[in-house]
Design a protein around this ligand. Structure first.
Ligand SMILES: Cc1cc2nc3c(=O)[nH]c(=O)nc-3n(C[C@H](O)[C@H](O)[C@H](O)COP(=O)(O)OP(=O)(O)OC[C@H]3O[C@@H](n4cnc5c(N)ncnc54)[C@H](O)[C@@H]3O)c2cc1C
Ligand code: FES
Length: 272
């Protein structure tokens, strides 16, 4: 067995650039030089911060010589990441997991909060392939919309927003906005990442309307590469780190815990 390949060739990378995407969310971009550190939209890296932890992070930037991650601080490791500056060093392994399949004719991309991270490189792949795309970004307020300014005025992309407080775009949940958007449009595929209850709502909409859906799921991960079993989902035991994180509608429909609960670091069920 090629162990190095399985665990994802641990590599040290230097932070080249730090960008503030919202008042709390930041993007770190690092040069990958001649390493094999690339990836495809939807894949993730295991990122280690010396003396703190190693955590999964979606690839949000994919350029020929740089890779980036976009971080929402919620605990010790993510707080450490958003405190980093250009010149600091990180450990990375990967890329891991499945990626989005670009097989849509007319796509609706729905990103909730930090869920926009893996959808950013997907958007550029859809644009590059000339696929007609509507992007709906959802957040609590207009200041929390991730990558909204970046996708404003890009030819071929219709950009929409939904905010809980109505400060920009549709007032309400992204699922409610989606029902309005698809009422008079013919999308064949929904791509999504965000809060699981949002993705559950989108799965129900897609199933009812006979649309395809691909969603990027999040489960607690320790190894990130299929060894520890932490990310297994009921009842099939599918491992999100290697068989996901991007799953299609048929695969997700088999998962009885989707939209109901996830497991924390000790394996205890936590309801959504
Ligand atoms: C495939 C994948 C891709 C991810 N991509 C991104 C990304 O692009 N940007 C980003 O900001 N975050 C992303 N995350 C989530 C990120 O890994 C967690 O927020 C991070 O591990 C939290 O670590 P912490 O030490 O900061 O917080 P902790 O102190 O470990 O946790 C804070 C709280 O969050 C909960 N938590 C931690 N990790 C998870 C998890 N995986 N699922 C559910 N609850 C969890 C803990 O139980 C605790 O309640 C991703 C997760 C996965 C599985
Ligand atoms: S995180 Fe270890 S098997 Fe998925």
């Amino acid at each position: 067995m090629d162990v190095e390949r399985l665990v994802g060739s641990p590599t040290s990378v230097k932070v080249a650039e730090v960008a503030a995407d919202t008042p709390s969310i930041k993007t770190l971009v690092f040069e990958h030089g001649e390493t094999s550190l690339t990836g495809r939209p939807g894949q993730f890296l295991m990122v280690s911060i010396s003396g703190v932890d190693e955590i999964p992070m979606s690839i949000s930037h994919l350029e020929s010589d740089t890779v980036g991650i976009t971080i929402q601080p919620i605990g010790e490791a993510t707080e450490a990441l958003v405190s980093m500056r250009a010149g600091d060093w990180l450990g990375v392994r990967g890329p891991f997991g499945t990626h989005f399949s670009i097989d849509a004719k007319r796509s609706l991309v729905v990103g909730g909060g930090i869920g926009m991270a893996p959808l950013r490189p997907l958007m550029y792949s859809l644009i590059e392939r000339g696929i007609e795309t509507t992007l709906l970004i959802g957040a609590k307020t207009k200041d929390d919309l991730v990558f909204y300014k970046e996708f404003n005025n890009i030819p071929g992309v219709q950009l929409l927003a939904s905010t809980d407080d109505g400060s920009l775009g549709f007032k309400g949940l992204a699922t409610e906005a989606t029902r309005t958007i698809i009422a008079d449009s013919k999308f064949d595929t929904i791509y999504t990442c965000g809060p699981e209850l949002m993705m559950k709502g989108l799965l129900d909409i897609a199933t009812t309307r006979g649309m395809k859906i691909q969603a990027s799921l999040e489960r607690y991960m320790k190894c990130g590469c299929g060894i520890c079993g932490t990310c297994a989902m009921d009842p099939t035991g599918i491992l999100v780190c290697i068989e996901g994180p991007v799953l299609n509608g048929e695969q997700i429909t088999e998962l009885s815990e989707f939209g109901l609960y996830h497991r924390n670091s000790t394996g205890t069920k936590v309801n959504f």
